[in-house]
Structures are given as C-alpha cells and as structure tokens.
Design a binder for this molecule. Sequence first.
Ligand code: E4P
Length: 217
Amino acid sequence: MKFFVDTADVTDIRALAGSGLLDGVTTNPSLIAKSGRKMSEVIAEICEIVEGPVSAEVTATDHETMLAEGRYLRAIASNVCVKVPLTEAGLRTCKVLSDEGTPVNVTLCFSANQALLAAKAGASFISPFVGRLDDIGQDGMGLIADVVQIYRNYAFKTEVLVASIRHPVHVLQSAKLGAHVGTMPPNVIRALFKHPLTDKGLEAFLADWAKTGQKII
Ligand code: E4P
C-alpha cells in the first residue's frame, strides 16, 4: 500500500519524505489556498522533494479550460499527476489527458458507479472520499470495498486512492481491503507510528540498559 500525504505544506512534506515512507503527495485548491503560495511555485517545489506522483488539481469546470489547465500543470514537472473532479467535463478531460500519457487522479468520488466511470475514462487514480461520507452518516469504507471489488472484477488498472482519511482506523481498513493508496494528513501518518506499549517497552529497555554501564559503540 502506498502512502501519500494530503497537504501543500512543504515543511511537513520535507519532514515526512525524510522517513523514506512517503510515496506521493495530493493537494487540492483548499490546501493550496491554505499554503498562501502561488500554485505553480508550490507544486514545483513539492515535485522536487518527492519523486512519486504529486496531484495538482484543475479549477476550471468546462472541458476546454480544464484540458488547458491540466496540460499547464503537467508541464511543471514530470511527476505531476493532474487532478480533475468527477463531473462529465472532468471525465472527458481525464480521457484526453490519459490518452496523451498524463496520469490523472479523479477526485470527489462518492459512489461506486462514479468510480466505474473514472476507470473507463482511463484514470490512473480514483479518489473516493471516505471521511466526508462518514460525516453525513454514509459508509465511507463500504464504498472502498465496492470499488476494490469492481476494479478487480474487470482488472482495471486504475488505482484506488483512499482520500479524506481522518484517522488511523481508516488506514487499517483501507489496507485490509487491498486499496492501492491512502492519502492522509500529516498528523494521521505520524499517528501510525505511535503505540503506548512501544513507548513503555522502550523506556524499560533503556532503563535496564543504563544499569549495565555499557555502550554499543
Ligand atoms: C484528496 O485528494 C483530498 O485532497 C482530501 O483527501 C480531502 O480530505 P478532506 O475531506 O479531509 O478535506
């Protein structure tokens, strides 16, 4: 399972990239706005930090302008993955860009039928938003189970990128279902490392070690 971080904060991205566990980055217009930076500059900087795919989202809603924006974003760096919304214009744009060899992440997916359409449009990634479905009392992880099954049934190459992850249990469930990727905020990635018994066990080991007066090197 690949781990992407969902942020446009380069300080966080640099720190997480140093762990060697970061496979890519996703951004969206809200995250770019939060960074307070010019989109093309922040995407270029992120692409230098991380080798894997960096999702940069178009903001037009009509096909022609989406296509122009997608081509512009793709020209920023070879690891840019163009992100389009799951609308008719978005999927039309996805098909053209994918046929040109540009990886496309189709975002704002909330149903299995939408995910089926994105795969048929040649998307490299589909982003079902689990947290936002949970927020309105629907079953976010149930959607992931459905999409994983449908993609397996037809051997689609589109990867299931679980988005809107809010906590470590979403990550665990995504991994058990066989989702290809999870994109998560930095605090969720950091939470995955933590367990109180790890901290307690390490403290006891180090206390006993100190009593020996030894050093390994
Ligand atoms: C993914 O690409 C999206 O940017 C993201 O996961 C949305 O998460 P949110 O619902 O927490 O805003």
